[in-house]
Design a protein around this ligand. Structure first.
Ligand code: G6P
Length: 615
């Protein structure tokens, strides 16, 4: 989704803006732009990539000591140059605005502003903000106050950065529901929607809170909070030192971030479970100080998430039931928030999110609270995210920054965390003997090595990719806990290769999808040697008998023999509870190599965004 970068310093800041935008590319966007002050406001916009913007800046010799920049993922108005940010208000003494998020009441404000004589040149809700600030500036003492007065009238979730032509020595920003931070530098100050945009410039980061409005100049910053008062009250915010290494956001020897992130999974899972590896027993405190009390009180689990994180929740349902003996519901956040579910206060509500900024997940969790749910837990990869801040309990997946839009290491670290949670709940609720606890710790310790070993199947999976790349559709089958893994495999293929892929619980095949089976429909099956293998083999026979071409990911001990139209890749022997985590890897490789065959933009698939901060 959209990204913001702003900079003000004693030297030309255009390279900082462009570098920042490049770092934000992974979020997904369809146009980019920037404005700098240098004897007036100079704006560049393009529907091309950030490299195109860089080319324009070089051609026009754009430079300046202050500027704001943006990557836009279209919501209001098509992706076009005139809808790209920054947006201006005023002909001569101009205001420039960049904006992430959505202004829900933009229509009403637009009607009001049109009556005041403001002329609109784009279809965006952002232009409404620019004119509103210009209008408020007539009554305000300075830009910061005008922004405070304006945001009191804006409804929705947003982050903005604003500049004023007549006062090039300052940038004003505001946050309400979308992430925004200040980077404090030696020779300048910066703003961004994501810390990775600034890591090359400064590691000193202030995370703004809801309702914060800040003004930065090249030497100082000041922050007020306008949540309750339109004039704003001065607030102090802590300066954090970012611990994200440069390597974590660099590609290194890899061709794509997705490839890098697939290979990082053993270490990402090891980091996530590090606290368990060093312990003799599992402690509820890993999930927060109040975890033990809450875990012993709850009688069911409700998981809320979107996309890949939702699939992690679906896997966790099997573990909650079989390991912890707890009933568990899993909900798509965008559906849950508009239903009338019956709340039981003794439910543990779990929000799973890589980014911690997904608008639907955040809204669904606050809805759950409103309905009367008391206990919430975030499983999240971003420490300062909105999700982490709004739950009673939290557990960080320590996967490191995930840049590829298609989630890989975030998913397997979520699974590792959820398995740990199921085991912890089992222990607290006396569903786990001390011997079984020891066995579980041993299994979790083994997980990074087991993941490392599965990575070796890459070359075999790659051999299948060329055939898949010719196809227009694919079916993915799994049973039990591996059914959501099949769903995740189908999602990966769709996301990055644009091949239509659907997952079915293998037992459902005969109730409809079998009609689709012919030689043009490859069928991927996950066939671990678990208690459902016999049933799955019967389902595969149904496909085979109808001339379907099967691609089976089996365990070494699954006893599946290759034959005409049945290709098999074997992992190690069946890994018990760890099996769904391990069976994820070959499916990631399959999607990746098919996408390479099809020459798609693996890390930035069309139309998709990494963090979906709008509804
Ligand atoms: C987007 C991303 C997916 C992700 C989903 C949920 O659609 O492209 O990869 O699974 O959002 O994101 P979250 O950050 O909440 O896990």
């Amino acid at each position: 989704m959209c990204g913001i970068v702003g900079a003000i310093a004693k030297v030309n800041i255009v390279p900082v803006l462009l570098e920042g935008l490049l770092r934000l590319e992974y979020r997904g966007y369809d146009s980019a732009g920037l404005v700098v002050t240098n004897d007036g406001l100079h704006r560049l916009r393009t529907t091309g990539r950030v490299t195109e913007l860089r080319k324009l800046a070089a051609e026009q010799k754009t430079s300046g000591l202050a500027g704001i920049a943006h990557t836009r993922w279209a919501t209001h108005g098509e992706p076009s140059e005139r809808n790209a940010h920054p947006h201006f208000s005023g002909e001569e003494l101009r205001i420039a605005v960049v904006h992430n998020g959505i202004i829900e009441n933009h229509e009403d404000i637009r009607i009001f502003l049109k009556k005041q004589g403001y002329i609109f040149t784009s279809d965006t809700d952002t232009e409404v903000i620019a004119h509103l600030i210009a209008f408020k500036l007539k009554q305000a003492t300075d830009l910061m106050q005008a922004v405070c007065l304006s945001i009191a009238e804006l409804q929705g979730a947003y982050a903005i950065a604003v500049m004023e032509e007549t006062h090039p020595e300052r940038i004003v920003v505001a946050r309400n529901g979308a992430p925004l931070l200040i980077g404090v530098g030696k020779d300048g100050n910066y703003v961004a929607s994501d810390s990775s945009a600034l890591l090359k410039t400064t590691r000193n980061i202030i995370y703004l809170e809801e309702g914060d409005v800040a003004e930065i100049n090249s030497q100082e910053y000041r922050i007020v909070n306008c949540l309750h008062k339109q004039t704003g009250e001065a607030v102090d915010r802590i300066v954090h030192e970012s611990s994200i290494s440069n390597e974590a956001i660099e590609l290194g020897p890899y061709a794509h971030f997705m490839q890098k992130e697939i290979f990082e999974q053993p270490s990402a899972v090891a980091n996530t479970l590090e606290m368990v590896f060093n312990a003799q027993s599992i402690s509820a405190n890993l999930f927060g100080n109040e975890a033990e009390k809450i875990f012993s009180r709850i009688n069911q689990v409700l998981i809320i998430a979107c996309g890949t994180s939702y699939h992690a929740g679906l896997v966790a349902r099997y573990w909650m039931e079989s390991v912890a003996g707890l009933p568990c519901n899993v909900e798509i956040a965008s559906e849950y928030r508009y239903r009338d579910p019956i709340a039981d206060p003794d439910t543990l509500v779990i929000g799973i999110s890589q980014s911690g900024e997904t608008a639907d997940t955040l809204a669904a969790l606050s809805y759950a609270r409103k309905l009367g749910h008391l206990y919430s837990l975030a499983i999240c990869n971003v420490p300062e995210s909105a999700l982490i801040r709004q739950t009673t309990l939290r557990f960080l997946t320590r996967a490191g920054p995930e840049i590829g839009v298609a989630s890989t290491k975030a998913f397997t670290t979520q699974l590792a965390s959820l398995l740990l949670l199921a085991v912890t709940l089992a222990k607290i609720r006396r569903h786990l003997s001390p011997e079984d606890e020891k066995k579980m710790i041993a299994a979790l310790r083994h997980l990074p090595l087991a993941l490392h070993n599965v990575l070796q199947v890459e070359s075999q999976v790659k051999n299948w990719a060329r055939n898949f790349a010719q196809k227009r559709h694919a079916l993915f089958l799994g049973r039990g806990v591996h059914y959501p893994i099949a769903m995740e495999g189908a999602l990966k293929l769709k996301e990055i290769s644009y091949i239509h892929a659907e997952a079915y619980a293998a037992g459902e095949l005969k109730h409809g999808p079998l009609a689709l089976v012919d030689s043009e429909m490859p069928i991927v099956a996950i066939a671990p040697n678990d208690q459902l293998l016999g049933k799955l083999k019967s389902n595969l026979q149904e496909v085979h008998a109808r001339g379907g071409e099967l691609y089976v990911f089996a365990d070494a001990d699954s006893h599946i023999t290759e034959s005409k139209n049945l290709h098999a890749i074997r992992l190690a022997e069946h890994a018990g509870l760890l099996s769904p985590i391990l069976h994820t890897i070959p499916l990631q490789f399959l999607a990746y190599h098919v996408a390479l065959e099809k020459r798609t933009d693996v890390d930035k698939p069309r139309n998709l965004a990494k963090a979906v901060t709008v509804e």
